[in-house]
Write a protein that binds this ligand. Sequence first.
Ligand SMILES: NC(=O)c1ccc[n+]([C@@H]2O[C@H](COP(=O)([O-])OP(=O)(O)OC[C@H]3O[C@@H](n4cnc5c(N)ncnc54)[C@H](OP(=O)(O)O)[C@@H]3O)[C@@H](O)[C@H]2O)c1
Length: 245
Amino acid sequence: MSRPARRVPATATAPVYRVALVSGANRGLGFEVARQLSERGMTVLLGARDLDKGLQAARKLAGAPGEVIAVQLDVTQQDQVDTLARWIEVTYGRLDVLVNNAGAFYDPAASPSGTAIAPVRDAMETHLFGSWRLCSALLPLMRRHRYGRIVNVSSGCGASTTDSASCPAYRVSKSALNTYTRALASELEGSGIQVNAVCPGWVATDMGGPGGRPVTAGAAGIVWAACLSEPLTGGFFRDGQRISW
Ligand SMILES: NC(=O)c1ccc[n+]([C@@H]2O[C@H](COP(=O)([O-])OP(=O)(O)OC[C@H]3O[C@@H](n4cnc5c(N)ncnc54)[C@H](OP(=O)(O)O)[C@@H]3O)[C@@H](O)[C@H]2O)c1
């Protein structure tokens, strides 16, 4: 005789399985974001352009509630992005959260008139085109489930309200990332996929240097946007508060 089916209380909801990808997650803010997302039970793909560094970082998070898997990802390499997107589709059939965190080319000593074009192009390649190519490659997987949270890790430095000559390559590339964020969010309005930019504030990482606030605090604002349950899209936030573009 078969057992009677268990009656599920009307209020019970099955936990939702979520898969997240964080770029530049072998250290700094990306690593902490990966840790905090895995603490929430998400399966986290920890992107690292040096896979050995990624594996070492993922090992530190073994035993977290959500599984953490190192994946090779240099965001400037289209073939790596395409290969990873195919692998995620075959392995998980979904991607719920994309955190475009990979960053570099902070150039406080440079000036707009004095800088060479090469570092500006490199900054654009990582911050703007890297984020763009990841979004384009992974949006089909988000569209499939009509759910997605894309967080572009930006900087107040890229706000158009700030006038400053410092960090020209970094500033212009983050500003471009902000504009891309708004354009993509507009396109995806009503799709279930929310796209926001987040400034983590000044954070004591290798890039931020000493004196910044703890990495846990900077990462928390990114994780907040990655886990949004309210319909917020096309915004620029720091610590969960809207800031000016
Ligand atoms: N720290 C701050 O005060 C601050 C403030 C505002 C915004 N942000 C933003 O926050 C993000 C994280 O910064 P962070 O402070 O954590 O910097 P970080 O400690 O220097 O870490 C940067 C990470 O990005 C990775 N990366 C760089 N280029 C990459 C590429 N082409 N492909 C894949 N990964 C790449 C690095 O990998 P490797 O280890 O291989 O170099 C590293 O994992 C950046 O987007 C940054 O602009 C930081």
